[in-house]
Design a protein around this ligand. Structure first.
Ligand SMILES: [Zn+2]
Length: 540
C-alpha cells in the first residue's frame, strides 16, 4: 500500500499541529503555558517525527536491487525516510507505523535519467507527465537541440512553485542565445561583439543553474554558426564546470565530419562533450559503427576529450521537413534530391503532421507525390511553400518521421560503454519514443536481444547519467541518496507505444517513486507532484 499522505501533506499537517498547540497555550495564559512546556513540547516533538502519524518511512521489501553501479544485483529491503534512502539490508525489521510495500522479488533501480528530452513541452499543463513516469524516468534533461526556456531562472522558479511529478534539469540553448542577441538575423555567423554578448548571457544562464551549452547545428537557427563560435561559447560553459551537448551539424552522409567538429569543440573549449541521439542516418554510412566509431572515441581519448553520446532505441527519427535541407536552400532541386536520398529516400519519409491538409498525415512523401502526380522533390518543395510561415518563425505546421537508421548500428551504440540513453520525446508527440524509449531498451535490447546485460543498461540510465550532470546524490541506490526509484519486472518490461499509438503505456513498471513519494503506484498515476528543479552544482 502506498503512503496515504505525501510529504507535502505531512508537512502541512505537522504545521497545523504546531499552530493548534500554540493557540491553545495563548488562550490559557502564560502560567499554564509554562506548566505545559515540560509536557507539551516533548509531545509535539514525538508527534512531529512519528511515522505512525505521518507515514514518513516507507519500507520496500523483497526487491532485487540494481543499484546503478553496473554491478550484479542483490536481494534486499530498502528503507526511505522523507526524500532519502536511509537503509539497505537483508530482512530489515518493520518499524512501528512504517508503510510496507512487498514487491515480491521485482527489480528496484534508481529512477532513470533521460539525457535528451523535450517533455517540458506541455509539462506546464500536464504535471503528471504520465509518458515520462510510466517509463520509470524520474528526471528529464531538457533545453536540448539549441533551444531552452528563457530566462532559465523563470522556468526553474515556475517548477519550484508548481512542481511536476518529475525532476527537471536544463541545458542552455545556443539558438536561444542567438535569438536573444541577433534577433531574427540568424542565417549567418555571429560577429565577434555578438559572440561576446552571447557569452555574457550564457554566463548568466549558467549562474541560474544551467548545465552547459546545447546546440542544434542541423537546425536553421544554429546551422550558420561557425565552429569557432561554438568554441568561444563552449569556453564559458567549460569555465563554469558545464559541458556541451549537440545535435550535430549533419547526421547523414557527413556525420563523421560532425563528430570531428564536436571533438574539436571539446578540445578547444576545454569541456566534456556529448553527441545527442547518436545515429548514422544515411544509407551511405550504414553499418559503419563497428568499423569507424572506435576511431572517433579513440581520437577523442588521445586528445584528452571526454566524448560521450546518448541514443534512443528506434530506427526512425522525427523532425521537420526543413531539416532535410540544412542551408535553407529549400527550392534548389539538387539539394532537395540529395536531402531526400541522404535520409533514406522519399519512401522512408512519413509525414506525421501537415496543417494545410491534415489528411496527408500518415502518408510517405512518395505516396503524396503520387497523389499529386509530381516528383517527390516537387512534392517536398510544394509542402515547404505551403508552410512558409513556419520558416518565418510561425508555429510548426509539418512534421516528418524518417526511417533512416540501421539496426546493427543502433545495437552497436546501445552496447557501447560511452553511450547513455534518451527519449528525445515529448509528452504528446507523434514518435513513440516519448512514451516508450526506456522500457524498449530494457525489453527489446536487454531481454529479447541480449545486446547488453541489464545491470549495464541500468548503469547507463542512472549513475552514468548522474555523473555526466555532476549530481552527487542521485542515480544510485545507496544510503543518503535521494529516493528516486523504479520498480520493474525484468521478465515483462516492454514498450507498447507505436507510430499508430505513440502514447501507449509500457508494461512491467508498476511503481515509480520521486523524492520519496510514489508517482506511479500499482500501475496507477497517483497525482502527487514531488518533482524538484535540479540546478547545476556550480550555481549553488
Ligand atoms: Zn535533436
Amino acid at each position: 500500500m502506498p503512503n496515504s499522505l505525501s510529504h507535502n501533506q505531512n508537512w502541512r499537517l505537522h504545521k497545523a499541529a504546531m499552530y493548534a498547540c500554540r493557540a491553545f497555550c495563548e488562550v490559557r495564559g502564560p502560567k499554564t503555558m509554562r506548566k505545559l512546556h515540560r509536557f507539551l513540547f516533548p509531545c509535539i516533538f514525538t508527534l512531529a517525527f512519528s511515522p505512525q502519524l505521518y507515514g514518513a518511512n516507507t519500507l520496500i521489501k523483497n526487491v532485487l536491487v540494481y543499484d546503478g553501479s553496473g554491478k550484479q544485483p542483490f536481494k534486499a529491503d530498502v528503507r526511505i525516510k522523507g526524500d532519502r534512502i536511509i537503509a539497505i539490508g537483508k530482512s530489515l525489521s518493520v518499524d512501528p507505523g512504517e508503510t510496507v510495500r512487498d514487491e515480491h522479488g521485482l527489480a528496484l533501480a534508481p529512477g532513470f535519467i533521460d539525457m535528451h528530452s523535450h517533455h517540458d513541452r506541455g509539462l506546464f499543463e500536464d504535471l503528471d507527465a504520465e509518458a515520462v513516469t510510466r517509463q520509470g524516468v524520474t528526471t528529464i534533461f531538457v533545453g536540448q537541440d539549441g533551444e531552452s526556456n528563457f530566462p532559465l531562472a523563470d522556468f526553474y522558479s515556475h517548477f519550484e512553485k508548481t512542481p511536476a511529478a518529475i525532476n527537471v534539469a536544463s541545458m542552455i540553448g545556443h539558438a536561444t542565445l542567438r535569438q536573444q542577441i541577433m534577433g531574427k538575423d540568424l542565417y549567418r555567423a555571429a560577429q565577434p561583439d555578438e559572440i561576446k554578448r552571447m557569452q555574457d548571457l550564457l554566463g548568466r544562464e549558467l549562474q541560474a543553474g544551467g548545465f552547459g551549452l546545447s546546440s542544434g547545428l542541423e537546425y536553421e537557427d544554429g546551422h550558420f554558426a561557425t565552429t569557432a563560435e561554438m568554441i568561444e561559447l563552449s569556453k564559458v560553459a567549460g569555465s563554469h564546470g558545464g559541458f556541451y551537448i549537440s545535435h550535430v551539424r549533419d547526421e547523414a552522409s557527413k556525420v563523421y565530419d560532425s563528430y570531428q567538429e564536436i571533438t574539436r569543440i571539446g578540445l578547444d573549449g576545454k569541456l566534456p562533450v556529448e553527441i545527442s541521439h547518436i545515429k548514422l542516418a544515411s544509407p551511405t554510412v550504414w553499418h559503419t559503427a563497428p568499423t569507424r566509431m572506435p576511431a572517433v572515441f579513440d581520437q577523442a581519448k588521445s586528445e584528452g576529450v571526454d566524448l560521450k553520446a546518448d541514443i534512443y532505441p528506434y530506427q526512425y527519427w522525427a523532425s521537420t521537413l526543413r531539416v532535410l535541407v540544412t542551408d535553407r536552400d529549400y527550392f534548389n532541386p539538387q539539394k532537395v534530391e540529395h536531402g531526400l536520398t541522404d535520409n533514406g529516400g522519399p519512401e522512408n519519409l512519413r509525414i506525421s503532421r501537415y496543417t494545410p491538409d491534415p489528411s496527408l498525415a500518415g502518408k510517405t512523401l512518395d505516396q503524396i507525390a503520387a497523389i499529386w502526380k509530381v516528383t517527390p522533390v516537387e512534392a517536398y518543395m510544394r509542402m515547404i511553400k505551403a508552410t512558409q510561415s513556419e520558416i518565418d518563425g510561425g508555429p510548426e505546421q509539418e512534421g516528418v518521421i524518417g526511417k533512416s537508421m540501421s539496426e546493427d548500428d543502433i545495437r552497436w551504440f546501445i552496447a557501447h560503454p560511452r553511450v547513455m540513453f534518451c527519449s528525445d520525446g515529448e509528452l504528446h508527440g507523434h514518435h513513440p519514443r516519448g512514451a516508450g524509449a526506456f522500457p524498449r531498451v530494457l525489453g527489446v535490447y536487454v531481454r529479447q536481444e541480449h545486446v547488453l546485460p541489464l545491470e549495464e543498461a541500468i548503469h547507463k540510465m542512472t549513475s552514468m547519467a548522474a555523473e555526466q550532470l555532476g549530481l552527487k546524490d542521485r542515480g544510485r541506490i545507496a544510503e543518503g541518496y535521494i529516493a528516486d526509484l523504479v520498480v520493474f519486472d525484468p521478465a515483462t518490461v516492454l514498450d507498447q507505444a507505436t507510430l499508430e499509438q505513440p502514447e501507449a503505456a509500457p508494461k512491467g513498471i508498476p511503481d515509480v517513486m520521486v523524492s520519496g513519494d510514489w508517482v506511479v503506484s500499482s500501475g496507477k498515476i497517483t497525482g502527487t507532484h514531488p518533482g524538484h528543479v535540479i540546478r547545476h552544482a556550480a550555481a549553488n
